[in-house]
Design a protein around this ligand. Sequence first.
Ligand code: 5GP
Length: 176
Amino acid sequence: ESKLQLVHRHIRAFPDFPKKGILFRDICPILKDAAALTAVIDLFEEHVRNNHQQVDLIVGLDARGFLFGPLLAQRLGIGFVLIRKKGKLPGATVSVSYDLEYGKAEAEVQEDAVAAGQKVLLIDDLLATGGTLYAACELMKKLQAEVLGCMVVIELKELNGIDKLKTHNVFSLVQY
Ligand code: 5GP
């Protein structure tokens, strides 16, 4: 079994969660299985080493980006930065609001988290409409960071999230 097959086998689908009509892709089984989690990080690491000469920081999105981001950053020997939902980070922050399916949300990062000119890779568990990663790109722009690309475990192709993003450099392990 390949690493990719192993990852695939540890993603579950739940119909009508969190609301009717949504097919929710659940990555919890990946975290529960040491080999599957290792495979995810192996595949991300391989991608980064093959495609990016220099990366300064991995930037993870609240909340499931926090599960994979630090493991990857540690493998690469670089640091990890958190983008959080509004109101969770102490000190000076910059924020950006973005549209959800219903209503609005706000994402925030500490002002000193990334220095101008630093090269970053964004990571989350899943790309759907792209709204969340778009907001993260906006935050990085405010800090004058250079976004090299985005990485997700799962990409939901039919929602065309990739078209919404500032960077089309999106790497996903599994596509639906
Ligand atoms: P987007 O902003 O691209 O529409 O939605 C992506 C965000 O919503 C990600 O932060 C992701 O964690 C969450 N999300 C949306 N749908 C799903 C899903 O089916 N499974 C998981 N695990 N996360 C989802």
